[in-house]
Design a protein around this ligand. Structure first.
Ligand code: NAG
Ligand code: NAG
Ligand code: NAG
Ligand code: NAG
Ligand code: NAG
Ligand code: NAG
Ligand code: NAG
Length: 312
């Protein structure tokens, strides 16, 4: 008895999902015919495009780079300039990039501290680092590191007064984190050289700093004792970028005569963000607000049991 009640309660949720997927699939992802909207497994929706004709403007042009290895294998990577892109969300106006980790390590052969200071520069592009989704993360037992931007130096000090614990980043146990200001497009990783691993290299050879997606970070004690953090994804971490069509407000964009206003679909709204303005489908609609008729109603969802008949 209990079991069958559970099944009944679950079914409407399944139908709702099916209806949603159907509505989204009806919406074109590209504005012009002949424009590819995928690169490998990754969706590349308009306003992004894989050639200049297909993107809303040059700042939204991505490259789909195929590499073939000897023996017939191959891989596909979506790139913005030289940065790998792993996901694009039109609804949230976000894109996921992979950027480099900075490190400061003791080299036991030369007895010297070596630095690898990574930087990003998205000045004059549609992208800014999301202040909400990312954190500055510093790892080490004798470490003071920063991200240095044009107008900010943000960082923290990480020591090991307490025993490091998996999943914990508190500042006194091998890991610290700091919030990011809004609107950052450029930064360089930077270490205070007075804090180094010269005397503790046997236990913790390296210190690290990176700006990364907060949801993707979970501290592991092995990050201090091994190269696991650096090597996990080829010296890179995921970062969330917000994007805007132009660095204007919605109000400015609507009246601009030289550049067409991007929110062209019916049932779409304009959103002011840290990267400029962007568009989204209005409440109750889904799809692509940058394409004429791109936002389709998902009103099927509220019709209750009728959905079942309709979808089948
Ligand atoms: C990716 O492809 C573009 C053009 O297809 C090329 O200009 C660029 O150099 C390639 N980048 C890499 C990292 O292979
Ligand atoms: C230490 O430096 C030497 C000489 O530059 C280099 O060959 C070696 O790979 C370095 N070791 C590490 C762990 O980076
Ligand atoms: C590095 O330090 C060790 C131990 O202090 C010493 O034996 C070695 O000669 C040093 N190597 C160099 C290149 O200075
Ligand atoms: C960042 O890129 C912009 C535009 O490409 C350039 O003008 C600027 O000099 C770069 N900044 C740094 C610090 O490299
Ligand atoms: C933390 O987790 C790693 C595996 O991810 C494990 O090897 C390590 O021993 C754990 N550290 C502690 C203190 O339990
Ligand atoms: C490492 O830190 C010590 C202070 O703890 C400092 O005296 C030394 O100069 C630093 N080493 C390097 C290579 O910066
Ligand atoms: C219109 O948009 C262009 C490109 O973004 C910009 O350079 C220009 O200043 C804008 N004009 C007005 C009146 O806002």
């Amino acid at each position: 008895m209990e079991f069958s009640r559970l099944v009944l309660l679950c079914l409407p949720a399944v139908w709702a999902l099916a209806a949603t997927a159907g509505a989204a699939a009806d919406v074109p992802a590209a504005r012009s015919p002949g424009c590819a909207t995928r690169c490998g497994d990754i969706e590349v929706p308009y306003p992004f495009g894989l050639d200049t004709r297909c993107a809303i403007h040059a700042g939204f042009r991505l490259n789909c780079n195929k590499t073939t290895t000897v023996g017939g294998g191959g891989s596909v990577r979506l790139l913005y300039k030289n940065t790998e892109v792993t996901r694009i969300s039109v609804q949230d106006g976000k894109a996921w990039f992979k950027t480099w980790i900075s490190r400061q390590c003791y080299n036991e052969t030369t007895n010297k501290t070596v630095y690898g200071n990574a930087w990003i520069n998205f000045t004059s592009t549609p992208f800014v680092l999301s202040a909400d989704d990312n954190k500055v993360i510093v790892l080490g037992c004798r470490s003071m590191a920063y991200m240095r931007s044009n107008s900010y130096i943000i960082g923290c000090m990480s020591i090991c007064d307490a025993a490091p614990k998996n999943g914990s980043c508190s500042g006194d146990a091998g890991c610290c984190q700091a919030d990011l200001p809004k609107g950052v497009q450029y930064y360089q990783g930077f270490f205070n050289s007075f804090y180094n691993t010269t005397r503790i290299w046997r236990e913790t050879p390296c210190n690290y700093v990176t700006v990364m997606e907060r949801a993707a970070f979970k501290f592991s004690t092995t990050y201090l004792t091994t190269r696991a953090f650096y090597d996990a994804d080829d010296a890179r971490t995921p970062v969330v970028m917000e994007w805007g069509i132009t660095r204007q407000t919605c109000e400015q964009a609507r009246i601009n005569k030289t550049r067409p206003y991007a929110c062209v679909s019916d049932h779409s709204d304009c959103v002011d963000g840290d990267a400029g303005y962007r568009c989204r489908c209005s409440e109750g609609f889904r799809g692509n607000p940058y394409i004429a008729d791109g936002c389709a109603g998902s009103s099927l969802l509220v019709q209750g049991p009728l959905v079942f008949v309709h979808v089948l």
